[in-house]
Structure formats: structure tokens, C-alpha cells
Design a protein around this ligand. Structure first.
Ligand code: NAD
Ligand code: GLY
Length: 367
């Protein structure tokens, strides 16, 4: 399969996203071409390091890189200031200088954590993303958002700090747990709904191949997702306005995650439910027609999502919505689809409508 390359125009530089099955063994060479340094900090988690760590270190050492590896426990808790401090210690002990790249080898957690270190260590060193989860390949590795969490909330401390290179090997998705593949597909489908009707039609045709973890289909889906994300980020890198469409499904998604103590849903699963609820709201408000709304709900239902916990009430979700920062004067801001392929941010004040949409959409029932 040929190498695919997407160039992204960030405010501070142009960077490349390279999508190539098998490229994980070429990390060393790709970095050698870019950076005049000998030292690098490789950040990963235990799951990813166990499968791919050795291969990546070998490719780096073959190109004469001196590698310092930090491996953290998998999971969201690694995105902390405490873990960041540990990474700074490692970078200082290894003598990393301004030209020494930080490599994020892992899912979105590792990308956000290593990206935060790269953005702040020595006021910024080069960042290379080697994303290994579907969510990281189609979303978090592109666009420059890096962050750690605060006990009071997710991603409260961070920056927009674009990587110098994103190296995507879709083959690594063969070892990703199936539940993570399905959750990542939420973000893939999101691009089809908010920005690319032709991609959505392709997804309708190819959803079974994607669910079967067919690498050719996944490579196409990753490529088209990155192209869509690139278009949005290039138009509004600092999220002044348009980039907010990427939050489709997230208003309800975040409320669901919070209402279930971040322990029931994976992020993508909650976003998928959120997209169904937002589509219901848009349909009730006559913002989207019945045919397009039904197409969206049908595709989402094909993913066969984890159901909401039996004891989770719509009230509990609404309660979390009320605390959301996207709320103003009793209105809640939603990204609502207008058709398959376009969406915009709309304030909704009809509380009864929201409650009804949450009640039905939360169980992924039809229109
Ligand atoms: P994750 O990083 O926790 O990865 C999911 C799980 O899959 C982990 O257990 C990981 O060890 C494992 N894994 C990853 N790749 C693997 C592979 N190839 N084989 C086997 N196991 C593998 O979670 P995620 O879903 O990738 O990312 C979620 C994080 O991303 C959240 O912290 C979220 O806030 C952040 N995020 C950031 C952005 C952004 O723009 N920066 C966007 C969306 C989400
Ligand atoms: N994942 C949302 C964004 O990058 O803006």
C-alpha cells in the first residue's frame, strides 16, 4: 500500500502526517532526516511498550539515537502534573537539549502527556507523534492540543503545540482491543457527519470491513479522517469558532462520562451516544431532515455500543449538563448536524426537548 502524506499548515510551521502500514519500524530513520540531535525521549505506556517498544528503540538505535524511555501505567491517570514532573526529571537527567525530540508512542493519553512535556520542557522541544490507538490516529495526534488533567477536571492544563511529525502505522491497530476500535470509530463517523457527506456514504458501505479490523479499510478511514481534521484545524487552529464543530457529540458525551464517574464508557462510546442525542435534538428542531437523521442513527447503531447502565437516569445526565462550561443563561450549546456532511454550533434552551432527546438517545433508540 503506498505511503500517504498530508501536510498541515499550522500557525507556527507546516508539519506532515505520514500514513504508512509498517512505518513503526522506520521511526529512527524518519527522525534522523528531521533533527540534528543525538538524544531523544521516548514516552509510552506498558501495553504499547510491551508490543512495540523494542522495535521502535531498535529502529532509533540503528540511526545512532541515544534513547531514554519512560513507560507509564496505561490509563487516564497518567495525564497528571505528577507524572509530568517525573518526565521532566528524566529529560533533564538524560541531558535533552532544544533539538532533542520527544516521541509519543501510544494512544491519546500518551500523546497528550508527552505533548505537554514537549511544549514546556526548555520552553518547547520538537514533538513526534506515533499514535497507536484508532482515536489517536484520527484525532488526538493531529491539531496540536496537548494537556494534563487537574483533580477538578480533564485537560485543564495544556496548550496548542503542533507536532513536527505524525507517523501513523495503521497495522498496529491489529493489536488494539476491539472495544477501543469501536470507540475510535465514533470519531471517524463524526468527520463524515460534520464535514464530509461522501466520506459518510463510504463509511455506510465499509462499516463491516472496519469492524472486522481490515487494515486496508482502516488505512482509508484514517487518511480521510486526518484530511478532514486538517481542514478544520487549518481554518481555526486556536478554536476561536469553527473548530468547535469537532466537539460534535461531546456536550452529552462529557455529561455521560461524568454521570458514570468516568468508569462505564470509553470516551468514544460516550461521544457516540452524544452524537445520537444531538441528532435527535436537531431533528426535533427541524434543523435536519428525517432521512439524513435516520442515516446517522442507523450507522451509529451498527457499531453495537455498550448500553447505558440500567440505573443511569436522564436526570443524572442533565444534572451534569447544567454544570457544563458550554452553558450560558439557561441555554446549552450543542453542535447540531444540519445534514449528512455539515453541522454548526447552536444554543438550545428548550429543556423538555433536551430531556426527551437524552432519554431516548441514551439508549440509542430510533427517531
Ligand atoms: P489510551 O491512550 O488510554 O489508549 C487506549 C488503550 O489502548 C490503552 O490501554 C492503551 O495502552 C491501549 N493501546 C493503544 N494502542 C494500542 C495498540 N496498538 N495495541 C494494543 N493496545 C493499545 O486512550 P485513547 O482512546 O487513545 O485516548 C484517550 C485520550 O485522548 C484522553 O485522555 C482524551 O482526553 C485524549 N484526547 C485528546 C485529543 C486531542 O486533540 N489532544 C482528542 C481526543 C482525545
Ligand atoms: N478533538 C477536538 C479537537 O482537536 O479540537
Amino acid at each position: 500500500m503506498p505511503l500517504r502524506e498530508i501536510k498541515i499548515n499550522a500557525a507556527t510551521m507546516i508539519y506532515r502526517v505520514v500514513i504508512e502500514p509498517g512505518s513503526i519500524s522506520g521511526v529512527g530513520k524518519a527522525l534522523r532526516l528531521l533533527f540534528p540531535s543525538t538524544k531523544t525521549l521516548l514516552v509510552s505506556d506498558l501495553n504499547v511498550d510491551r508490543i512495540y517498544g523494542q522495535e521502535v528503540v531498535k529502529s532509533l538505535e540503528a540511526e545512532k539515537w541515544q534513547v531514554t524511555t519512560v513507560v507509564v501505567r496505561p490509563g487516564e491517570r497518567a495525564k497528571s502534573l505528577k507524572k509530568a514532573a517525573h518526565l521532566y526529571d528524566s529529560a533533564i537527567a538524560a541531558g535533552l537539549d532544544r533539538n532533542s525530540p520527544v516521541i509519543a508512542l501510544g494512544g491519546g493519553v500518551i500523546g497528550d502527556l508527552a505533548g505537554f512535556i514537549a511544549a514546556t520542557y526548555l520552553r518547547g522541544v520538537p514533538l513526534v507523534m506515533v499514535p497507536t490507538s484508532l482515536l489517536a490516529q484520527v484525532d488526538s495526534s493531529v491539531g496540536g492540543k496537548v494537556a494534563v488533567n487537574h483533580p477538578r477536571g480533564k485537560n485543564l492544563i495544556g496548550s496548542i503545540y503542533p507536532p513536527r511529525l505524525v507517523l501513523i502505522d495503521p497495522k498496529v491497530l491489529t493489536t488494539l482491543p476491539f472495544r477501543q476500535i469501536k470507540a475510535g470509530l465514533a470519531e471517524v463517523i463524526k468527520y463524515g457527519i460534520i464535514a464530509d457527506g461522501a466520506f459518510f456514504a463510504w463509511l455506510e458501505k465499509n462499516i463491516d470491513r472496519l469492524l472486522a479490523t481490515n487494515i486496508e479499510a482502516l488505512t482509508d478511514a484514517v487518511t480521510l479522517s486526518v484530511m478532514n481534521k486538517a481542514r478544520v484545524v487549518e481554518a481555526d487552529e486556536y478554536e476561536v469558532d469553527y473548530r468547535r464543530v469537532l466537539n460534535f457529540g461531546h456536550t452529552i458525551g462529557h455529561a455521560l462520562e461524568a454521570a458514570t464517574d468516568y468508569s462505564h464508557y470509553l470516551h468514544g462510546e460516550a461521544v457516540m451516544v452524544g452524537m445520537a442525542v444531538a441528532t435527535r435534538i436537531a431533528h426535533k428542531l427541524d434543523i435536519i431532515g428525517s432521512e439524513d437523521a435516520a442515516r446517522i442513527l442507523n450507522l451509529l447503531q451498527r457499531i453495537d455500543l455498550k448500553d447505558a447502565p440500567a440505573d443511569l437516569t436522564a436526570e443524572a445526565v442533565i444534572d451534569k449538563l447544567r454544570q457544563d462550561k458550554k452553558r450560558r443563561n439557561g441555554e446549552i450549546f450543542f453542535v447540531l448536524p444540519q445534514s449528512v456532511g455539515s453541522a454548526s454550533v447552536i444554543a438550545v434552551s428548550d429543556q423538555k426537548l433536551i430531556r426527551e432527546a437524552v432519554k431516548t438517545g441514551m439508549r440509542l433508540e430510533g427517531l
